[in-house]
Write a protein that binds this ligand. Structure first.
Ligand SMILES: CC(=O)N[C@H]1[C@@H](OP(=O)(O)OP(=O)(O)OC[C@H]2O[C@@H](n3ccc(=O)[nH]c3=O)[C@H](O)[C@@H]2O)O[C@H](CO)[C@@H](O)[C@@H]1O[C@H](C)C(=O)N[C@@H](C)C(=O)N[C@H](CCC(=O)O)C(=O)O
Ligand SMILES: Nc1ncnc2c1ncn2[C@@H]1O[C@H](COP(=O)(O)OP(=O)(O)OP(=O)(O)O)[C@@H](O)[C@H]1O
Ligand SMILES: N[C@H](CCC[C@H](N)C(=O)O)C(=O)O
Ligand SMILES: [Mg+2]
Length: 493
């Protein structure tokens, strides 16, 4: 937390029935409270943060922010103290605004990307385009903070205090352009409500996270909030119009008077994909921007990458870059780590790719996207994470069964669950799959099966560097294991 203090009123907060108060910082977790901090006692999915007010007071909290549900418990704990209390309808949003005002600085241009799949890819390509144009740029998301400013990021969308500290640090070292992923958790929890956005993008909407959001509609409403609540009226919205949910969002965007940039394969899109031709190292893409037809080469595997890249190009243009200069950078973009990444090639020419597909739709998309680049068979390794949406498991198995020639079901972060139970659920959708729990062995078996012209797609872990079993994290990297397996089987080690 930055040195110094600020008054609650400077952070947009009004204490109930008491005088204004100087605070020394912000905390969302009672265990991190420092003397004089405002402790945000938030309604949680397990418990109400107000339960921790007594703890926060022992740590020296100077003010409490909560909602009506937390007010009673908080007031009881505050009896006899002079600690201020702020009660609002939506304390998560109030905290987000307070964090923005506390840190007071962000890069001039910040954009956010939402959607079930493709957020990391679009964010990374946008940052790469900006850097190619000579701008100081970073992306924030699942793979950490990358580009001109780098840092680890524990969340896809960081908590508001962490987020605004980061944006302020970036701005102070000269980063002018930042692009962040807006996860549905992040949006539902108002984590980015305090960020001033120039533009936002929507990639697509399919099943995920039904462990957290009660229904599909609730999950979609969380994503829609990026356009209906966070992006200002003078912001630009880049929307995938090939997705019916994108069409729905486009109506909200138009109703709010935001600039709509449609992207897709229909002729009402400003950025229209006209054709794609695939080969072993990438693809040629024909597209038009506001009616101006272009051809470009993308050194990227997978048809959907054209959508991701052109969304990134549209975002860069929406934020002021020259279209011609943006398009000139596209052949120089590089694969996002762990997304359709070529990890190893066997002596016989067969290839191994690593991808982060961890939803039924992503499994289908990744396999069908790889297919036109491959002459031989497609072998898939698939598995599902423990302590996550269990309904997606058989659907992921089924997608692999339908789109690959050979399926191996293996473990992917079983966490607190029994891995055999997770594999059995995946195998409900892929009954003739080979079951190999140990992931290193599964990769070895997959690589061993590769004939000339074949490709192996290892899905689910992408850039991850560990296998989470119980509460332990064992070092594990799919790309590294693929290289080791190829080296071992080709007699190099
Ligand atoms: C499921 C989820 O998103 N949980 C977030 C939520 O916590 P919660 O509602 O479950 O909290 P709770 O356990 O009920 O506790 C209630 C409150 O008491 C506080 N507390 C709790 C214990 C204590 O000792 N003292 C204390 O003050 C907590 O900080 C919380 O504010 O609110 C907390 C405070 O804002 C977040 O830290 C927490 O994120 C946790 C760490 C998390 O792991 N989130 C993941 C699932 C997440 O956000 N993932 C998305 C990406 C998903 C994807 O696309 O794959 C992301 O953007 O990273
Ligand atoms: N535009 C797209 N359409 C469909 N599938 C995609 C698209 N882009 C990427 N994917 C698939 O989704 C996987 C995840 O991609 P990416 O990491 O870019 O998405 P994400 O939205 O950031 O995911 P997460 O929610 O896990 O952070 C990729 O490995 C790929 O299989
Ligand atoms: N970050 C996401 C995706 C993880 C993908 C997969 N490796 C898993 O562990 O389920 C999550 O935690 O749900
Ligand atoms: Mg991501």
């Amino acid at each position: 937390m930055a040195a110094g203090t600020k008054m609650l009123s400077e952070l947009g907060l009004t204490p109930l029935g008491g005088p204004d108060r100087a605070i020394s910082g912000l905390s969302v977790d009672s265990r991190q409270v420092k003397p004089g901090h405002l402790f945000a006692a938030l309604p949680g999915s397990n418990m109400h943060g107000a339960e921790f007010v007594p703890y926060a007071l022992r740590m020296g909290a100077g003010a409490i922010l909560t909602d009506r549900a937390g007010e009673g418990v908080a007031r009881a704990a505050l009896a006899g103290t002079d600690v201020a209390i702020v009660v609002t309808e939506d304390p998560r949003q109030a905290l987000a605004f307070a964090a923005a005002l506390w840190f007071g600085r962000q890069p001039e241009t910040v954009i956010a990307v939402t959607g079930t799949n493709g957020k990391t890819s679009v964010a990374t390509f946008t940052r790469q385009i900006w850097q190619e144009l000579g701008l100081e740029a970073s992306n924030i998301g699942t793979t950490g903070v990358e580009g001109s400013y780098t840092a680890p990021s524990p969340h896809t969308t960081p908590e508001p205090i962490t987020l605004h500290r980061l944006l302020s640090d970036m701005a102070s070292v000269g980063v002018t352009h930042a692009v962040m992923e807006a996860s549905s958790h992040g949006l539902a929890q108002r984590r980015l409500d305090g960020v001033t956005l120039t533009a936002a993008a929507f990639t697509n909407f399919t099943q995920d996270h039904l462990d957290y959001h009660a229904t599909f509609d609730e999950y979609f409403a969380a994503k829609a909030g990026l356009f209906t609540r966070v992006l200002p009226e003078d912001g630009a919205a880049v929307i995938n119009l090939d997705d019916p949910k994108g069409r729905e969002l486009a109506k909200y965007v138009t109703a709010r008077g935001q600039e709509l940039i449609g992207i897709g394969t229909s002729d009402d899109c400003e950025m229209e994909i006209l054709g794609q031709r695939y080969d072993a190292t990438g693809q040629d893409v024909r597209f038009s921007w506001q009616g101006w037809t272009q051809m470009t080469r993308l050194p990227l595997i997978g048809g959907f990458q054209a959508m991701n890249v052109l969304s990134a190009a549209a975002l860069a243009i929406a934020c002021g870059a020259e279209a011609e200069e943006v398009f000139a950078t596209l052949p120089r973009l590089s694969t996002v780590r762990g997304r359709m990444q070529l990890a190893a090639t066997r002596e016989n020419g067969a290839t191994v790719f690593v991808d982060y597909a961890h939803t039924p739709d992503a499994v289908k998309t990744a396999l069908s996207a790889l297919r036109p680049h491959v002459m031989g068979r497609l072998i898939a390794i698939v598995g599902a994470g423990g302590d996550r949406d269990a309904t997606k498991r058989p659907l992921m198995g089924q997608a692999a069964h339908e789109h690959a020639d050979l399926v191996i079901v293996s473990d992917d972060n079983p966490r607190s669950e029994d891995p055999a139970v997770i594999r059995a659920a995946v195998m409900l959708g892929a009954p003739d799959a080979m079951e190999v729990g140990d992931r290193a062995e599964a990769i070895l078996r997959g690589v061993d099966a590769l004939q000339p012209g074949d490709a192996l797609l290892v899905m689910g872990k992408g850039h991850e560097s560990g296998q989470v079993i119980g509460s332990d994290v064992y070092p594990f990297d799919d790309a590294e294991q693929a290289s080791l397996a190829v080296a071992a089987l080709d007699g190099k080690i």
